[in-house]
Design a protein around this ligand. Structure first.
Ligand code: BF8
Ligand code: SF4
Length: 637
């Protein structure tokens, strides 16, 4: 395997791409080397036109920016802006889904409906809405109004955060004054406080980062809840992962981005246009996923996963994609260059996300059917022009069992103990059959071989009986490596974990064990992990910071990943990252993130690029927490 990837399909495609002189992420990374040392340390600032200012890390040159900002201030300010960038993406996502709910409630979004009525009712009740005797539309209207307050409230606290944190944690965060009243407001506040001449106190700034990151967390909960209501709450289903899911004889369409409002429509319309595809000489229409929106349609409709972020160019380089339909976030502008080498159509859809050279078809909630119909017809037309001699589909695909929403996990556990579904899980944690749990989240990063840390660490943790949940590009990595099938439980799980997964799988009628990696969805669905952790904490009468749980974003890339990691830390969860974050230019900020945060929140960042060492560190964290709970550690079991 090369230093670029451990995915054999991407490896195969990279060799071909080199022959075809297709430029890739790795080529452009090489061209960037050596990267700027100021940037890597987070000690450059261009927040005003006095700048750019930079601090000499070797203490020989300037130690302050023109305005007097120190390295601590600059690093902390940059950190706030990074979290705000990530939170902005998620908050905009949440607002978009809410808009659709509002439109359905007022009869203006004909193409969308409520799919999970039970979830609508449950959420409404949890938000304090009286549902008895009210029609679905009435409940929806009130729900939309209540959720809209998350974007409007000028005083007080986000109700959503109250809903999704333990009482103890909520009080702690309120005491630290980091609970936002409204989500949008945190973006304004973050940009304001980090502009020239406002907040210079690094500690205050870091608390500001926590505040905007918590708004990010609330946005994820809103997105997951409302998407489940609209498209259905995922249930376990089988599918496949990796480039082998592309079909030579079919119209291949990749949905890429994050918004199920679009990808679900593409999947739906594709079924309706099968006949047109046959008339064009294709066996059918094959929709596949790239990045998070792939999870949205995998989890609900079984759409196979093609590639995660670093493999997106190689999916196009197969020459087998007739169209890539994209929306927002994590869509590399380079895709157009690769698409231009083939017949592949790159279709952008959102007014805020255009790519020069791509075809733009504006997608709105009102024209959803019509617009996606048009996009698929473009793909069918492109299929007719596909050059078969240029098609190369690597024959790698893995079976996966996905769709593990909280409801699905609780559903499976309730088959073991109908009166108290969480009891079997807790009992097995106490006994040590399950040592702890790890959430694998986050991206691919070109600085590390694609998927290597995800897969190596997951295998290491499974062997030690740590149950794994996954989302986003991490989920793709583990799916492609064959860790998401029931068979993987026999292959990779330690004895205790294997026994538990087998017993639950059998009781749930799955004809085999649960997979050792439970895929809970896209990055917005990291919210599902919080729900599980809080439910366990509530049951034990403790807070998340006491539980033997950790989160890993080993190949973190985006601002969103940093925002997610920061709220996870603030909820009491230790977070591992394998990329050195741009905070090391400030000893103070580095110390807060990696150590002081533990005293304040219980959670903290663990930076370790070596996968074997990272596993040891995470096991040590789990053991420390088990020991505090009076449970046996990995060495005593
Ligand atoms: O939200 S894991 S590279 S695809 S940011 Fe992006 Fe990172 Fe992938 Fe989805 Ni999440
Ligand atoms: Fe320089 Fe201060 Fe302006 Fe930043 S805000 S560019 S440190 S003068």
């Amino acid at each position: 395997m090369s230093e670029k990837t451990i995915d054999p399909a991407v490896e195969e495609m990279l060799a071909l791409a080199a022959e075809m002189k297709i430029e890739t992420f790795w080529d452009r990374y090489q061209a960037q080397l050596p990267q700027c040392e100021f940037g890597l340390r987070g000690i450059c600032c261009r927040n005003c036109l006095h700048g750019p200012c930079r601090i000499d890390p070797f203490k020989e040159g300037a130690q302050k920016g023109v305005c007097g900002a120190t390295a601590d201030t600059i690093v902390a300010r940059n950190f706030v802006r990074t979290c705000a960038g990530g939170a902005a993406a998620h908050i905009d996502h949440a607002r978009h889904v809410l808009e659709v709910i509002e439109k359905i409630a007022h009869g203006h979004a004909a193409g969308y409906n409520v799919t999970d009525k039970q979830k609508l009712e449950n959420l409404a009740q949890r938000l304090g809405i009286q549902t008895k005797g009210k029609s679905e539309i009435e409940v929806l209207k009130e729900l939309a109004k209540e959720v809209a307050k998350e974007f409007q409230r000028q005083e007080g606290y986000s109700k959503y955060l109250q809903l999704y944190t333990t009482k103890k944690r909520f009080e702690k965060l309120a005491g630290l004054n980091v609970l936002p009243p409204n989500l949008d407001l945190t973006i304004t506040e973050s940009l304001h406080r980090t502009t020239m001449g406002v907040d210079a106190d690094p500690v205050n700034l870091i608390l500001g980062a926590v505040k905007v990151a918590l708004a990010d967390g609330a946005a994820l909960h809103i997105s997951t809840d409302l998407q489940d209501i609209l498209f259905g709450t995922p249930k376990p289903l089988f599918s496949k992962a990796n480039l082998g899911v592309l079909r030579e004889d079919s119209v291949n369409i990749a949905v890429h981005g994050h918004v199920p409002l679009l990808s679900a429509k593409v999947a739906e319309q594709a079924e309706k246009l099968e006949k047109e595809a046959s008339s064009a000489g294709a066996r059918g229409i094959n929709v596949v996923g790239i990045c998070c929106t792939g999870h949205e349609v995998l989890e609900r409709y079984g759409v196979p996963l093609a590639q995660n972020f670093l493999g997106s160019e190689m999916a196009v380089a197969t020459g087998a994609l007739d169209a890539i339909i994209v929306d927002v976030q994590c869509i590399a502008p380079s895709l157009i260059t690769v698409a231009d080498c083939f017949h592949t159509k790159l279709i952008t859809t959102f007014p805020i996300a255009k790519i020069p050279g791509a075809e733009h078809i504006e997608f709105t909630t009102e024209n959803a059917d019509e617009a996606t119909n048009k996009m698929i017809k473009i793909a069918i037309e492109a299929f007719k022009k596909r050059d078969k001699t240029k098609v190369h589909i690597p024959k790698y695909e893995q079976k996966i069992l996905a769709g593990f929403s909280v409801e699905a996990i609780v559903g499976a556990l309730s088959k073991v103990d109908p009166s108290d579904p969480l009891k079997p899980l807790l009992d097995n944690i106490v006994k040590g059959n399950i040592l702890g749990a790890a959430l694998f989240a986050g991206c691919n990063n070109v600085k590390l071989p694609q998927d290597k840390l995800h897969v190596t660490m997951a295998k290491g943790l499974l062997e030690k009986n740590v149950l794994i949940l996954s989302t986003g590009c991490a989920g793709y990595a583990l799916a492609k490596a064959g860790l998401m099938s029931p068979e993987a439980t026999f292959k990779y799980a330690g004895e205790g974990l294997k026994a538990v997964l087998t017993a639950v799988g059998k009781a749930a009628g799955l004809n085999g064990p649960l997979p050792p990696v439970l895929n809970i969805g896209s990055c917005v669905d990291n919210s599902r992990a919080v729900v599980i952790v809080n439910a366990l904490a509530d049951k034990l009468g403790v807070d998340a910071e006491a539980l033997p749980v950790v989160a890993c974003a080993p190949e973190a890339l985006t601002e969103k990943a940093i925002a997610i990691g920061t709220w996870a830390v603030s909820l009491g969860i230790p977070v591992h990252i394998g990329i050195v974050p741009p905070i090391i230019g400030s000893n103070l900020v580095t110390e807060i993130a990696t150590s002081k945060a533990k005293d304040i929140f219980g959670g903290y960042f663990i930076v370790e690029p070596d996968p074997a060492k990272a596993v040891d560190k995470l096991i040590a964290v789990i053991d420390e927490r088990r020991s505090k709970l009076g449970l046996k550690t990995s060495k005593e079991i």
